[in-house]
Design a protein around this ligand. Structure first.
Ligand SMILES: *[C@@H]1O[C@H](CO)[C@@H](O)[C@H](O)[C@H]1NC(C)=O
Length: 303
């Protein structure tokens, strides 16, 4: 039944069934293609999707991870631009049924064929990431949200497509959840980026609370820095609330695309518990209960 030594993922559902009983000799296609360590929560959420969408979701997330890591992995902007160009060309080739021989592209091609995924969303993720190579702080919250919409929400639209969902309310929720995701990702990465002397948090909010880039770079735990974090985290919270406010109008088949909200909520709750001290060491630890919580959420059929 089982086919992977790395993820212990069984073909029998439920996907997170007791894996301790099953062993096999080869990693599965998901593990070959998907860098789990880069997006562990995304990986676990994908495993909880219905069989039809699972592999495509992993392909989409692998694509997303590839793009997301360009900025951090290249030292020169021109090299980053070349990588982005590679992905643009790749997407065009995928839609011409001629994907390059590369594992992620091949999986992506398969997903595109299977669910008729929209090319525009993929290209939008790439061009937004490309703009982001400029490497500067967001001027304001709106700019941060626009970035999140173009990257994270686009990914969610693609996930909805792989679940076969065509619904305006679901898209609307995806828009808000994507924004929350983008905001939380930026908050969560703040200690890491600050330690590399990079601060991306919206400048208007920093100015409002008189928090300077230096404050973040030296990892200040003063009240003004907490106020900045509070404002930004609250905005993510508002987006999640909003996305939930019309959950009754959304087909249940869309919910698996929104499993990530578990992870976002978890972070927002933990940052509140440490009184918005974004540098608190406890925030860097992964909550070991997340996979279980994801599983419960998927079982309850809500988001
Ligand atoms: C900061 O660094 C992380 C890497 O952990 C990255 O994923 C994130 O997108 C970076 N940038 C921002 C704007 O937070």
């Amino acid at each position: 039944m089982c086919y992977c030594i790395q993820c212990f993922h069984c073909e029998v559902s439920p996907p997170l069934a007791l894996h301790l009983t099953c062993f096999n000799k080869l990693p599965c296609v998901h593990c070959l293609v998907f860098p789990r360590s880069r997006d562990y929560d995304g990986f676990v959420s994908s495993l909880l999707l219905p069989e039809d969408a699972r592999r495509s979701s992993l392909a989409l997330r692998a694509f997303n991870v590839e793009l997301a890591q360009v900025k951090n992995s290249v030292s020169q902007k021109t090299i980053g631009l070349m990588r982005m160009q590679f992905w643009k060309t790749t997407v065009e080739e995928i839609y011409r049924d001629d994907p390059p021989v590369q594992p992620v592209s091949a999986e992506l091609w398969r997903a595109v064929k299977k669910h008729y995924l929209t090319k525009r969303w993929m290209l939008r993720i790439i061009s937004e990431r490309e703009k982001d190579l400029e490497d500067r702080a967001y001027r304001n919250l709106q700019e941060m949200e626009a970035y999140s919409e173009n990257t994270q929400s686009s990914l969610l639209y693609l996930l909805l497509e792989s679940l076969g969902v065509k619904d305006v309310h679901a898209d609307h929720a995806a828009s808000h959840i994507g924004k929350a995701q983008g905001i939380v990702t930026c908050l969560r990465a703040t200690p890491y980026n600050s330690s590399r002397r990079k601060v991306y948090l919206p400048m208007d909010i920093c100015m409002l609370h008189r928090a300077s880039q230096e404050d973040f770079i030296r990892g200040s735990r003063e009240q003004n820095v907490r106020d900045v974090v509070y404002d930004i985290a609250s905005q993510a919270h508002v987006h999640l609330q909003h996305a939930r406010s019309f959950s009754k109008n959304i087909p249940a088949s869309a919910f698996p695309a929104f499993l990530q909200t578990v992870v976002l909520e978890d972070y927002l709750q933990r940052v509140r518990q440490v009184d918005f001290d974004v540098f608190h060491p406890s925030l860097q630890k992964r909550n070991p209960l997340i996979p279980i919580q994801l599983y419960i959420r998927s079982w309850k059929k809500t988001y």
